[in-house]
Design a protein around this ligand. Structure first.
Ligand code: MN
Length: 197
């Protein structure tokens, strides 16, 4: 029962020009695929072989000897979650319940967007910017490398990948421009709302 690479929830060219088909060829087709392949090699023949991806992450997070498994499993999960967070909406501002929750927590969508962008900019090196629920509290966080809210008792609502492989082909070193464009044009607020539960 190997872990499978899920299909992308959109066509490879659907996010252009904010994220190009070329970036998705490498990011989904090579990087995400490699995390899946590496994870399957690492769990083959072990007690984790028949566990769900979420179970593997929880078990490996507590065991330093399983750091390699944790890194690959968390990266598989984080990337699938990231793809689901993206959609060529052209909307920008959030809709539904999350819009009200963001206004309550940050005072305005603009303030929230600025803080989310800043989390991505200030993540030193590779990692992720997140909107999470901690208890019933909305929080903007950032994680390094493969680290994930799942391993921190938080519920992920939204993420943006800030590894260089997420933006370098389209933006080179301009991570802030990538973050601005994704936040403005690509957030799938229906998915974010569905995560609120
Ligand atoms: Mn990535």
């Amino acid at each position: 029962m190997a872990i499978k690479l899920p299909d992308l929830p959109f066509a490879k060219d659907a996010l252009a020009p904010v994220i190009s088909a070329n970036t998705l060829d490498f990011h989904y087709g090579k990087h995400h695929q490699a995390y899946v392949d590496n994870l399957n090699k690492l769990i083959a023949g072990t007690e984790l072989e028949n566990k769900s991806l979420e179970e593997i992450i929880q078990i490996a997070a507590k065991d330093p000897a399983k750091a390699g498994i944790f890194n690959n499993a968390a990266q598989v999960w984080n990337h699938t979650f990231y793809w689901n967070c993206l959609k060529k909406s052209g909307v920008g501002n959030p809709t539904g319940a999350i819009a009200a929750r963001i206004n309550d927590a940050w005072g305005s969508y603009e303030k929230f967007a600025e803080e989310l962008k800043n989390a991505g900019i200030t993540q030193f090196g590779s990692g992720w910017a997140w909107l999470v629920l901690e208890g019933n509290q909305l929080k903007i966080t950032k994680t390094a490398n493969a680290d994930t809210p799942l391993a921190r008792g938080q519920k992920a609502l939204l993420t943006i990948d800030v590894w260089e492989h997420a933006y370098y082909l389209d933006y080179q070193n301009r991570r802030p421009d990538y973050l601005s464009a994704v936040i403005k044009d690509l957030i799938n607020w229906d998915f974010v709302n569905s995560n609120l539960g």
